[in-house]
Design a protein around this ligand. Structure first.
Ligand SMILES: O=C(O)CCC(=O)C(=O)O
Ligand SMILES: [Fe+2]
Length: 329
């Protein structure tokens, strides 16, 4: 079985960055396949694979290149390691984004909904959050904000970070869910193209209060099989402008294609392959449910509410994020 590597190669002169293409190197003959490359922080990154698991051989082959002064293994993994740097602006999906979405598992739609819809969502979220926290007060055994818990409608999976399911039958929510500009793409990728049938969708508000910690890298669910046929796609729609202080969600584009990358999230940082979903109020970030990401901490004094719409194929059920006991009934 092939092992994949990201190798950091230091060369005194970055103008030499095409070094591994020089025929004399003949990496192929050395059993090394090169898949992708880029420059990150002044270091050449090479994504490659070998069949023989022999790292000494791999490093030796690269080290023998005359222009190279240092060679270091950044990452090794059992599958492709997407190192391409994506800019948020280039992930604007507009009308024709299906191919881009298949490659990256990520996209954005600027100003996806109307002002009125945004105001309606804000009102629903504010009152639902207030209601939930007043009900939580009677649960004296829960240290709200510090302790993990899971009700049927509300979960907390980390310090000051909550996920509260919104009422299914609300007209304003239904309108956004069924007619947002991302809906045609989602219908295609989930293969639910009969527009007479509403898309199944679980809607919640994920909110991080001041003091919320940075999350660990995770995927919300396992990668789909095949990757081109997602079983769920998530849309995040923040209700405030996101900044470094309020925090945002950070993504690793392309990490949705192989379960072999689960647990490898920090590799995205090492390889400079992360995208900060730092969008404005009312913009929408859409991602494949299997894509690696993490919520950043909230160091501001504002609540960061993000409407989360999980579109899914019929029959799919979230099994990990919420509990059985109802907070509201
Ligand atoms: O808080 C965020 O930005 C993301 C939260 C998240 O990914 C999660 O709770 O699964
Ligand atoms: Fe998540």
């Amino acid at each position: 079985m092939a092992v994949y590597y990201v190798i950091g190669i230091t060369v005194p002169d970055l103008a030499d960055q095409e070094i591994w293409k020089v025929p004399v190197l003949d990496l192929n003959n050395a059993g090394i396949q090169v898949h992708s490359e880029k420059v990150h922080d002044g270091v050449l990154l090479l994504e490659c694979s070998t069949e023989d698991h022999n790292e000494t051989h791999l490093l030796g082959a690269l080290q023998s290149i005359p222009a190279v002064s240092d060679v270091e293994i950044y990452v090794s993994a059992p599958c492709r390691i997407p190192i391409k740097k994506w800019e948020l602006a280039s992930l604007d999906l507009g009308a024709a984004g299906q191919e881009l979405f298949a490659e990256t598992g990520l996209g954005i739609y600027r100003r996806g909904i109307s002002k009125e819809q945004l105001i309606a969502l804000e009102e629903i979220c504010n009152s639902r959050i207030a209601d939930a926290h007043s009900r939580l007060q009677s649960h004296h055994d829960i240290d709200v904000g510090s302790q993990q818990f899971a009700f049927k409608e509300l979960g907390s999976r980390g310090k000051q970070r909550f996920d509260l399911i919104l009422p299914e039958n609300n007209a304003a929510i239904g309108q956004v869910v069924q007619s947002g500009p991302w809906v045609p793409l989602i219908r295609k990728v989930l293969n639910l193209t009969d527009t007479a049938t509403p898309l199944p969708c679980l809607v919640s508000v994920v909110y991080s209060l001041p003091g919320a910690d940075i999350q660990s890298w995770h995927a919300d669910g396992p990668p789909s099989r095949p990757p081109s046929r997602p079983y769920a796609v998530c849309v995040f729609l923040p209700l405030i402008d996101l900044t470094c202080e309020t925090g945002f969600t950070q993504f690793w584009p392309g990490s949705h294609k192989d379960a072999g990358l689960l647990g490898f999230g920090p590799a995205a940082e090492v390889c400079g392959a992360t995208v900060d979903g730092m969008v404005s109020k009312g913009d929408a970030v859409i991602y494949d449910y299997g894509l690696l990401h993490r919520g950043m901490g909230n160091t501001s004094n504002l609540r960061r509410p993000v409407v989360q719409m999980v579109y899914h194929v019929p029959g799919w059920q979230d099994r990990k994020n919420y509990g059985r006991e109802s907070l509201f009934s």
